[in-house]
Design a protein around this ligand. Sequence first.
Ligand code: NAD
Ligand code: 6OD
Length: 502
Amino acid sequence: MSSPAAGTPVAQPVTAPREFRHFINGEFVASASGKTFEKRRPSDHALIGQVSEGGPAEIALAVDAARAARRGPWGSLTVEQRVALMYAVADGITRRAADFVTAEMNDTGQPQGMVSHAFIPRGAANFKIFADVIKNVPTECFEMETPDGRGALNYAVRNPKGVIGVICPWNAPLLLMTWKVGPALACGNTVVVKPSEESPGTATLLGEVMNEAGVPPGVYNVVHGFGPDSAGEALTRHPGIDAITFTGETRTGAAIMAAAAQGIRDVSFELGGKNAGLVFADADLDAAIDGIGRAAFLNCGQICLGTERVYVERPLYACFVAALREHASQLKCGDPADPATKLGPLISHEHREKVLGYYRLAVADGATVVIGGGVPALAAPFSQGSWVEPTIWTDVPANSRLLREEIFGPCCAVIPFDTEDEAIALANDTEYGLSTTIWTRDLARAHRVAKRVDVGIAWVNSWFLRDLRTPFGGAKASGIGREGGVHSLEFYSELRNVCVKL
Ligand code: NAD
Ligand code: 6OD
């Protein structure tokens, strides 16, 4: 991996740390307590702002606003009017794309190319896609015979669930939040969002866009804060929240599920993963290296769909390890604003400590470190950031925690296999079930394997490629429910059966 040479562009200086306030009932407000916490930029640890820390009081205000908007201005709009506003929100994000890109880069340290070409446009698309879905969704209707010969019409109508609590992670903040806010609003719900404490920027900015687009106050609310004993927990416990959608760690999901049990509220969960890549000997090696390389290192490995376990059929194994090492050695880290930067930092020093703990564990467990394993030497100001080297291991013992626990860093273990059955068994040997990526030229085998891996999404000769209209979610400990396209409607609306005697 190369480091930025002297003279390469440096991060935009933070001229004045800003204030990130809650967005409640169409207004930006501080916490009644005046409490705030610091947000620092992962690439250089610069202080970028003070974030209002919300708790039960701010959640109560936001829920009241959301309930009033649901009953009033939002609830009285026609589907066409809602759809028009959602298009205006999507256009607003696109118009202010530069602001969103800067906010996301400051919060996460993600390289500009990935944020501007993928994450922000996909965030805007979430409003258009779900507007189109709700505009076109059919309703079922059956003509019934009745004993008196008059008959009946029996049909279903979709109603909003009410106020949805939306709890988000930091690893693709706008994309993952809008993927929930989009369908929630399309179905006529209102929302209270709790963004991650690590990424307050784009959720706050979206409040401005909502106002500019003319979305009524109270439809979209944001309360900043932490999880336990803070805004997150308060949101899950508030009885005015009708359902909770969450993306984040599996153990956080368990805590939220316990809270949601009070009031028998529905949950939709996108949780952690420990995903496998399966590379068969007949695979296109260049394509597999590019795909597995992205799956292991994109977003510094902080993608739920990332591949931390790579199983390679033995005849290709040595060649694959050497080629993946070469791929990793080319990943340039440095200023996220520099278009040449391919690898950003981890989200925080705290998360880096966790990842480095696994790097140390690999050595203790006797794994071979093919590349990486430490912290890159970067020039100031990036020397202050939370960087780690992309890392590849071989010879990892089968019982190592490296193969069981989600690390969420730029690292993977590469392990040989001999048969298709063995590859499937290895892929399935995990409590998680989010995704698998399969590399082979034999499409019959690809289909066979895709059917037998216990995951929500199986990619063949590709990775992180998904039409927003298709279902997305995890099997086993990786989630509950499916979101995407019409599948989101199952969670964000309540079907009412109406039977009319004629
Ligand atoms: P996290 O679970 O630590 O936090 C996510 C959100 O939950 C944050 O907003 C946090 O403040 C809040 N929270 C924490 N404890 C809470 C509680 N007790 N009650 C209410 N809210 C609480 O996750 P993270 O570190 O932000 O994100 C990384 C994790 O997210 C990884 O495990 C990753 O795999 C997962 N993820 C999954 C998907 C998916 O689609 N399956 C997508 C992205 C990320
Ligand atoms: O855009 C998507 O399809 C998607 N599921 C993104 C998930 C990113 C998780 O980190």
